[in-house]
Structure formats: C-alpha cells, structure tokens
Design a protein around this ligand. Structure first.
Ligand code: GLY
Length: 420
C-alpha cells in the first residue's frame, strides 16, 4: 500500500489536545528507516518488540530471514520472557493476582491470512501467546477466557503447570502481609513480634510523625517481612517496590518479512495483585495488539485500562492507513489518553504507556507517554533488521511517570536508602 503525504489526514483530536500539553518534537528514528519509506515498495525483514524481548531477537530474526512465518517469528521472541521465571511480568513467574494465582492474557494477529486469536485470564498454562494462535488454528472463535481457555489449551496439548515461582509467591505474601492490619494474614496474636495495629510502625500518615520517619519505619518493616519470608537480599528492594506500586509488565512483538507479510502478538501476566478475572489491554485485539496486512502492526505495554479506552493499537494502524508516520500515529494515540484526562497532569503522571509501531514498508517507531519509570532508565524499543539493538522511545512528556497508587510523597533520602 503506497503511503503518500497527500493522504495525511489530521484527526480533530490532534488539535483538540495540544493546548497545555508540552509535546516534544523529535525526529523519527533515523538509523533504520527504509530509504523509500514513503513509497512502501522497499521490503526487508525486521522485528520490533518491547525491551524485554531483546535477548530473544537473534534466533527469531534468523528464523524470519530463512523464510519462517512472521507470526511464528514474533511468537519465538515473546516465548523467551514467557519461559523465563525471572521475568515477573509475563508467563512463568509472573506476579499473581490478589489471591496469589497467576493469570495470563495474550493475543496475536496473522497478517497474511488475516486471522486473530486471543485468551484472557488463563491459569496454569505458561505459553499463552501460543495458545492465542491455537485459538484461530483449532476453533472458529477469536477469544477464549478463564477456565474454558485453560481447558482448550490442555485439549490441544499444552501442559498444565504451576506458574507461581517461589519468588513470585514470596512477593505476593509480602504484599498480602503489608495490607493486612485488619485480617488474619501476617504474624498473629501469638507471634512474639505482634503489636496492636495502632502501635505498629507502619501507621497511617495521619500520625504526627514526619513523613520521612513514617516511611523509614514502613520500609524497615517491609524489609523485616521480606527477610522473614526468605526473599534474597539482592531481590528485596525490587520486591518492596512491587508491593508498594504494583507493576504492569508485558511484551509486544511485531515482525515483517521481505515479502511484506506482517504479524504481531502481545502477552502478559497483567497488573500485579489485580482482582481475579481482570483482563488488561493485552488480550484485546485492537488495544494490546493490532495488525493489518495492508498497513502495519502495533502493540502496547503499560497501563492496560487506559489503552483499552483508546484502542491504542487499532488507532495507530488506522493512523498509518491515513498517512501518518509511525511516530505521528503513536503520538496521536497517546494524545487520546491525554485527552481522556483533559490534560490533567496531576493524573497523567501516574499513567505509563508505550507503543511499538511497525509499518508495512519497514518504518518503525517506539513512543511513550513519559521518558521512563525513573530518571536514567528510559523506555526502549528493541529492534532487529540485521543489527540487533535497543533504542530509546520518543517520549511525549519529559520526565518519568510516577508509581501508582500515589502514596504520600516518599522523601528522596528514604527512597534512596531503601529502593536502590
Ligand atoms: N498492559 C498490561 C496490562 O495492563 O495488563
């Protein structure tokens, strides 16, 4: 499909949102743009994905280059983090729901045959990205959820296994105990260290103590709990951070071959300590992933609830269809999130969203609402087009997103001491 600047259609939202929002004008990533990206005639194999796929790109790219299918190449990438017990955002070892059960979401789209599959809230099956492909291969459906999806996966040959690693179980227990002043979780009355809630150090901020002292006591208590649970010293501050600010990790991957075939997939364990049954954007075709063989492919990581409301991946692919560059298309989707909050920066700083965009001619972009989660750690897009690399995403706003929920401001000196 030819992409002409004349076709460029400015959506009304572009103008509506700009006021009061400091967007950063940055050039399209230049290193890997095809020479004739406007014509759409230049074809080359390329895979893009979220940063946690970087280590799996080499094999997948070799497979793609040797004639492998584009969806199978993308699935090869995301299977890496799904199988990795140390990636707590995807598959085995994912942070569980509030009941301590890992529930996974995934979807995929196969451009050449225009098929799509999706699974949501799946327990006990590690490679849900592959299950999402099996949905369109073995059924006339597009989306299966919960127990039905698990039974389907077993029926087509996926093994049932315990997805809760010892570490993710301990992190969940730490979360449970931290939130358990008024229930039966945590040390009971008979425990020698038990104290009545109103004298415990993790008291509410309504006390007269200065914030820094409260937070110091709170972290110390969390560290004590983490030690008692046997969480390794080098993993403690990460575990405490996850308990205080539940993460939403995910991986998306899109792949294009030299015939111009294109596919995409997204997989996740979703929001840490979510309500059982919560599905984020990742299994929603059009939100977490969308591929159109005529146009391109896009996917998302970040705040699932926000992305569902703008159908980010579909919005981006439609923007590409109307002539926007990958970066413009992604920025427009981000602007819709900004619009949903009426440009209210006090709320938007708690939203984190990254889009990965691959146009059918090989042009690509990674865009994010904020530069990263914290200073010095920018969001990245991983790319392989013959050279494997990670590039910073293009942010809409300068600075870092902030952890949610918005706990009272943690004094910098306390954060530095405890959340290394
Ligand atoms: N983006 C992953 C999720 O919100 O579940």
């Amino acid at each position: 499909m030819p992409f002409s600047r004349r076709d460029f259609v400015k959506t009304s939202v572009l103008g509506a949102v700009a006021a009061g929002v400091g967007t950063r004008a940055q050039a399209e990533p230049s290193t890997a743009q095809p020479h004739d990206s406007q014509s759409g005639s230049y074809k080359r194999p390329i895979i893009i994905c979220a940063h946690n796929g970087l280590n799996y790109l080499e094999d997948a790219f070799a497979f793609l280059k040797s004639g492998g299918d584009t969806l199978d190449a993308a699935l090869k990438v995301v299977k890496g983090p799904e199988d990795d017990p140390n990636d707590t955002s995807v598959g085995l070892g994912g942070i569980p729901n509030e009941e301590g059960v890992v529930e996974l979401d995934a979807c995929c789209m196969h451009g050449p045959t225009r098929r799509a599959g999706s699974v949501g809230g799946v327990r006990n099956i590690k490679n849900v990205s592959l299950v999402s492909k099996a949905v369109f291969e073995h059924t006339g459906h597009v989306m299966l959820v919960g127990e039905g999806a698990e039974r389907f996966a077993v029926a087509v040959g996926f093994p049932r296994e315990n997805l809760l690693t010892d570490h993710s179980r301990k992190v969940w227990l730490l979360w449970k105990e931290y939130h358990s002043n008024e229930d039966w979780w945590g040390p009971g009355l008979a425990d020698p260290h038990w104290q009545p809630p109103d004298t415990k150090p993790d008291v509410k901020p309504s006390d007269d103590k200065p914030q820094s002292q409260l937070w110091q006591e709170r972290y110390r208590r969390l560290e004590e709990h983490a030690t008692a649970l046997g969480i390794a010293p080098e993993l403690r501050s990460d575990a405490i951070h996850k308990v205080l600010f539940p993460p939403t990790g995910t991986i998306h991957c899109s792949a294009l071959n030299e015939k111009g075939e294109i596919s995409g997939c997204t997989t996740t364990s979703g929001l840490g300590f979510k309500l059982p049954g919560r599905c984020g954007d990742s299994p929603i075709i059009g939100a977490g992933c969308y591929t159109d063989q005529d146009v391109g492919s896009a996917g998302a990581t970040g705040s699932g609830e926000e992305n569902i409301k703008v159908e980010g991946a579909h919005t981006i692919v439609e923007n590409l269809r109307h002539g926007m560059s990958p970066q413009e298309a992604g920025m427009d989707a981000l602007k819709r999130i900004v619009r949903n909050y009426n440009n209210d920066m006090t709320k938007l700083r708690f939203v984190d969203m990254t889009y990965y965009i691959l146009r059918k001619d090989g042009a690509y972009a990674g865009v994010s609402l904020w530069e990263g989660y914290e200073p010095g750690k920018p969001h990245k897009i991983a790319v392989h087009d013959g050279t494997r690399r990670a590039e910073n995403t293009v942010p809409m706003f300068k600075g870092s997103s902030q952890d949610f929920p918005p706990e009272p401001k943690v004094p910098a000196e306390v954060k530095k001491e405890y959340l290394k």
